[in-house]
Design a protein around this ligand. Structure first.
Ligand SMILES: Nc1ncnc2c1ncn2[C@@H]1O[C@H](COP(=O)(O)OP(=O)(O)OP(=O)(O)O)[C@@H](O)[C@H]1O
Ligand SMILES: [Mg+2]
Length: 279
């Protein structure tokens, strides 16, 4: 497959309405690790804060079109794509205009489907990874309607499960009304400190509730992960050997392994093609 071969990409949302749980860190480093093994990845920054864009070294002055233009100005995804320093990884950057998007969407036509309509086309990417804002507003709803699957970063703290049940209810509502095949790909425990008893307890609760959906890979608390964005680099590039980077490399291989299983299930479920019926 050449870099420009077109395909309908798999769309994966990194979602949790709780702030500061590691969504952007996961989006950047998962995207980078998937790109490193040859997947063509587009990271779409849907958060007005724009942390995924700055974390990948995108400078505001270099942005011509952003996710805002894709949603509201009929700019095509390909016209807003920017390359990054990471081979195989591109980005649609965020812009501060997105902070008004919520209000603009309320009265917009087709308001839940705007991102889906923009992304459900043939693109030169295998995966689109969406970094979501910390809310369940219309922007996030657009991401959930557009997505095939969701990765939920979860920080093991006291209210984590409560927040998660709210997210699960929202996903069920989205499935019923807009996107029947939306699926939770997995839950990733982030900023994990194994010396913390509460974190261990919460991790156990999450595993007993979500079972196999919780990835085996756990992302440890690691200062290198928080330093890397200020250099405009994914931690995997900034310091490939740090524990945080190797955890994200493991996570990507687990995610891709699950993807292969999902593909096989889809193939098995597909009706066998009829031959000899051509006109
Ligand atoms: N495993 C980790 N170890 C140490 N620091 C981390 C780790 N993961 C994320 N951080 C830091 O924690 C902060 C929050 O992480 P991040 O921005 O990824 O969360 P977020 O869920 O995207 O936040 P928001 O909801 O504001 O978008 C950042 O400063 C980030 O660098
Ligand atoms: Mg973020």
């Amino acid at each position: 497959m050449t870099a420009s071969t077109l395909t309908i990409p798999r769309i994966m949302s990194i979602t949790n309405q709780k702030g500061g749980v590691g969504k952007t860190t996961t989006a950047i480093n998962l995207a980078t690790a998937m790109a490193a093994v040859g997947k063509r990845v587009l990271l779409l920054d849907l958060d007005p804060q724009g942390n995924a864009s700055t974390g990948l070294g995108i400078r505001r002055v270099d942005i011509k079109y952003s996710t805002y233009d894709v949603l509201f100005n009929e700019v095509s995804v390909m016209d807003s794509v920017m390359t990054t320093k990471v081979p195989n990884l591109s980005i649609v950057p965020s812009s501060i205009h997105l902070s008004g998007a919520e209000i603009e969407l309320v009265t917009a036509d087709n308001r839940e489907y705007r991102l889906r309509d923009a992304l459900r086309i043939e693109l030169p990417f295998d995966y689109v990874i969406i970094d979501n804002p910390p809310s369940l507003n219309l922007l996030t709803l657009n991401a959930l309607v557009a997505s095939d699957t969701i990765v939920v970063p979860l920080q093991c703290e006291f209210y984590a499960l409560e927040g998660l049940s709210h997210l699960v209810k929202t996903i069920e509502r989205v499935r019923k009304s807009f996107n029947p095949t939306l699926d939770i790909h997995g839950v990733v425990l982030t900023m994990y400190d194994k010396r913390n008893n509460l974190a261990n307890q919460v991790a156990e609760d999450v595993r007993s509730f979500f079972g196999e959906k919780v990835y085996k890979t756990v992302i440890p608390r690691n200062v290198r992960l928080s330093e890397a964005p200020s250099f405009g680099l994914p931690a995997i590039v900034y310091d490939m050997r740090c524990p945080g980077a190797s955890a994200y490399i493991h996570l990507a291989s687990e995610v891709l392994k699950r993807e292969r299983t999902i593909n096989q299930q889809v193939l098995l479920a597909a009706p066998t093609t009829q031959t000899g019926t051509g006109a």
